[in-house]
Design a protein. Structure first.
Lengths: 551, 331
């Protein structure tokens, strides 16, 4: 298909003729424009967005009184150009169980849409026509609830004990239920290939993840990640909480890099309220976030190398990580699930001992980074294990919606700290490490280099940090009516939040677009052809945290 | 009649001694491994039970003895119970030929260390049985890897010792030690020693060649389903195998029971002391390697054996033969 060198806005207006089209301000609402198109045109729109190098950032639905809205957010790495496209699914006074709420699937165009659509199906009951594998993603297969509909009033089918035991039993027998064909195949034909459930209890899945591997000997024919074991439904939880009460949820999504999630929520609500925090607050926010990014990358490096069979780097990384956690603990009082940011400010000012401790830490850690280089990066076994393995091409990465270091290892220099600058990042001097190979080694390399860049940022922030207030004082408890989207660069990629406020004390709908959710799905592309030893290497290299995926 | 009685007493005595030594040695090696790894990894390791944590492994052994022996529901019960014994027994039998001093060897067989390697191969059959009988996919994959690895690494292991055998003109362990009176074979056969060391690491399933039990991939490999004392037997077998292969390396290449410094005594009690010292030195290097390198992949492991170790081992045999013939020719 020839790439149209045409602005997507004018293309939409002229060719698709949307039912509704609103230009918006990227700074205040997070999107360039918002268009409501007819259901039958969404595939054409998606195809055009893909042709113009957009990736599907987020896909969700909102339950309104008369209809359901399916909301697509597309974004592009070359310039800030987030676009919002919506389709309407009329309710016709029906119920989700009737199966009459349908929308066309775009999973054949955007690979990342497959999981998003499954999620919408199980939470809203919208059936996506032509979806190859439309079944429940996060909830047990046997559940009969659609929790994000406003008509849902608690009392899930699993709320009493006997029922949940029944559900659990069905879930353990899930393989037989979900894959009857594979079971009969395995039982009747004595072939060389068989199925292996890697997880949910496995040392290298980094949490409760199950990867269903179809094997030929040790070689993977295809793989399917199965998630949802630590699903807590943060999105529903936040709908029934006030905005302030949502803070602790932010620390419990990605518990390894919780500070970025604090940042994301702060940026979102401040954008919606139209307030700017004092300068000192911004500096402290960047400082703590980058320290947390270091800690998160260190934890990743340790566990990833342990997956490859190298035990010792794990302890070296954890030793450094402990130092960072000690520093962060001084100020926040927490070591893991941070709950430190507030709207327009911070919980409290930094501890006086913190800056000297960081100044002592930076040179030590620089030396340790060199040690890692000598111990691991230059090791021939490590290179042989990781080079040309699990290759994710640029096109595949965009189609799967991969973001963060994994995307930058595939040759796309997309980092929101530069691409769509927020806070004080434009004033700071740092690079975005990028590699073009897209293999496991380059993903490792990018993260190691990113640690050096984070150190650079921390050093600059300490130097420039101004004195002043760390809070804006009292702010209103609610958010003005409207739709807002904001995204920050978390440790694992793009963390987006889509907020619909009706002006009340709690969010009407708050979609959490977490990076690993899309990143994990890309292993379907990377695993076929690998050996079992490579499976854990590939899985480790994309850096997943399961509670963030399951939410 | 008295000769038979004497032999029986000798067997019982020696058997008791070896069994005692094997258990104490394994406890010591596990403690050593923990302390060495802790030292490398910025930790302290076990320090609370006994002096410097020396009784920690004893406590662990007691724990393992009292644990329930789980029998998986769909396993092949007889084979499942047999497998740990098949793995453990042949390794212990290898003590039969180890020369501890000048006249301190149970059976000085004329096939020498070849006997040990043929015995340790039996234990790989045990590993395969363990993986098969557990009826667990991880265990089966682990035991498949173990068999492939063993077959591949047996070849460089034996080829590398050929150089030594040709130089000493014997396979008898006592005569091999005797041949190293002036210079140790590590000086004349350094390549053979390196190949032997790599291959014996692989034979003992040690990192970076520990793919049959790769924790991060196969949970625990062939012994995933084993618990309690059955698991302990695998553990005991592994550490004894490391000790045996290190002891043979010390005998073949490092002068066996001879003292490293000329002039020091190498008599009845000093012999075992020197041998143990050298053996534990090699064991320490084995541990050092384990805690430094990442693990190889199974296909890379095979490539390393067939494309690197075996050609070099054959080259070593040729060069040794050439040198010996030249020496004969010019002498």
């Amino acid at each position: 298909m020839p790439v149209l060198e045409k602005d997507i806005t004018s293309w939409l207006r002229e060719v698709v003729k949307p039912e509704e089209f609103n230009e918006k301000n990227l700074k205040t609402s997070g999107v360039l424009f918002e268009a409501v198109v007819a259901q039958n045109k969404i595939r054409e729109v998606a195809r055009e967005f893909l042709a113009q190098d957009y990736f599907l950032e987020s896909l969700t639905a909102v339950d309104f009184a008369e209809c359901l809205e399916v909301v697509y957010h597309f974004n592009r790495w070359s310039e800030p150009s987030r676009s919002c496209v919506k389709i309407l699914v009329p309710k016709n006074d029906g119920k989700p169980e009737d199966g009459r709420w349908t929308a066309p699937s775009i999973s054949s165009i955007y690979k990342s849409a497959a999981w998003f659509e499954r999620e919408i199906f199980e939470f809203f009951g919208i059936i996506f026509t032509d979806h190859p594998n439309l079944k429940r993603l996060l909830l047990p297969e046997s559940s009969v609830i659609f929790p994000l509909l406003k008509s849902f009033k608690g009392e899930p089918a699993g709320s009493d004990v006997t029922q949940s035991l029944k559900l659990m039993k069905e879930d353990t027998e899930g393989f037989q239920i979900l894959y009857p064909q594979q079971v009969t195949e395995q039982a009747t034909k004595h072939k060389r290939d068989y199925y292996l459930n890697l997880g949910p209890q496995h040392p290298s899945t980094h949490g409760v993840l199950r990867v269903l591997l179809h094997l030929d000997g040790e070689r993977v024919i295809d793989a399917e990640p199965i998630i949802g074991y630590s699903h807590r439904h943060h999105e529903k939880m936040m709908e029934i909480q006030t905005y302030v009460a949502c803070w602790p949820n932010m620390g419990r999504l990605d518990y390894v890099g919780a500070m970025s999630y604090n940042f994301g929520y702060a940026v979102l609500v401040e954008k919606a309220m139209g307030v700017t925090p004092p300068p000192r607050v911004e500096y402290i926010r960047v400082l703590t976030t980058e320290l947390n990014r270091l800690a998160s990358h260190l934890l990743w490096a340790g566990t990833f190398l342990m997956d490859l069979g190298a035990f010792t780097p794990f302890f070296y990384c954890f030793d450094d990580r402990e130092n960072i956690l000690d520093i962060l603990e001084m100020t926040t009082g927490e070591r893991l699930t941070y709950d430190y940011f507030r709207f327009g400010g911070l919980d409290k000012d930094i501890h006086p001992d913190m800056i000297p401790a960081i100044k002592k830490f930076i040179p030590e850690f620089k030396k340790h980074l060199k040690d890692y280089d000598g111990l691991v990066t230059k090791n021939i076994i490590f290179k042989k294990r990781t080079r040309n393995l699990g290759i994710l091409s640029k096109e595949a990465a965009i189609s799967y919606g991969v973001t963060g270091p994994s995307l930058r290892a595939s040759g796309v220099p997309f980092d929101l700290r530069r691409a769509e600058p927020y806070s004080i990042y434009p004033e700071l001097d740092f690079n975005i490490p990028t590699r073009s190979e897209g293999d496991v080694y380059s993903r490792y390399w990018v993260r190691m280099k990113e640690m050096e860049e984070s150190l650079k940022i921390i050093a600059q922030v300490i130097e420039k940090m101004p004195a002043g207030e760390v809070t804006l004082g009292k702010l209103p408890k609610n958010v003005p009516k409207g739709e807002y989207y904001s995204a920050v660069e978390s440790t694992r990629g793009l963390f987006g939040m889509y907020l619909i406020s009706d002006g009340s004390l709690n969010p009407y709908r708050l979609k959490l677009r977490t990076p690993s959710f899309s990143n994990l799905n890309s292993i379907i592309h990377m695993l076929p052809g690998c050996l079992i030893s490579d499976v854990v290497a590939v899985l480790g290299s994309i850096d997943i945290v399961l509670p963030e995926i399951d939410r | 009649m008295s000769f038979i009685l004497q032999e029986i007493i000798k067997i019982i005595l020696y058997g008791t001694l070896v069994t005692l030594f094997v258990s104490v040695n394994a406890l010591f090696l596990i403690w050593l491994e923990r302390r060495v790894s802790a030292r490398i990894q910025l930790r302290r390791g076990p320090i609370h039970v006994g002096w410097q944590g020396s009784l920690q492994t004893v406590a662990d052994a007691i724990k393992l003895l009292t644990k329930e022996l789980v029998l998986p529901k769909e396993s092949d019960k007889f084979l499942y119970m047999m497998a740990p014994l098949i793995v453990f027994a042949p390794i212990v039998a290898a003590f039969l030929i180890l020369p501890l001093g000048p006249h301190f060897v149970m059976r000085d067989l004329n096939i020498g260390f070849l006997f040990v390697f043929s015995l340790t191969n039996i234990s790989f059959i045990g590993i395969f049985i363990a993986g098969w009988a557990s009826n667990n996919k991880y265990a089966l994959l682990g035991s498949m890897r173990a068999v492939a690895q063993n077959i591949s690494y047996e070849i460089p292991l034996l080829l590398s010792t050929m150089g030594v055998v040709m130089a000493a003109q014997t396979m008898k362990m006592s005569e091999l030690v005797a041949a190293q009176e002036k210079t140790w074979f590590i000086a004349t056969q350094p390549l053979a020693f390196l190949i032997f060391f790599c291959a014996s690491l692989a034979e003992a399933n040690r990192a970076p060649f520990d793919i049959p039990e790769a924790e991060s991939e196969l949970v625990a490999g062939f012994h995933t389903e084993y618990s309690g004392m059955r698991f302990a037997l695998f553990f005991l077998g592994e550490y004894t195998a490391i000790f045996i292969s290190s002891a043979i390396a010390a005998t073949l290449f490092l002068g066996g029971w001879r003292s490293p410094v000329p002039g020091l005594p190498a008599g009845s009690l000093a012999g075992p002391f020197w041998l143990l010292l050298k053996t534990y030195g090699i064991v320490f290097v084995v541990m050092w390697v384990r805690w430094t390198f990442p693990r190889l992949r199974s296909d890379q492991l095979m490539n390393f054996a067939w494309k690197v170790l075996i050609p070099f081992a054959i080259l070593n045999v040729f060069v040794t033969a050439l040198v010996i013939q030249c020496q004969k020719f010019f002498a």
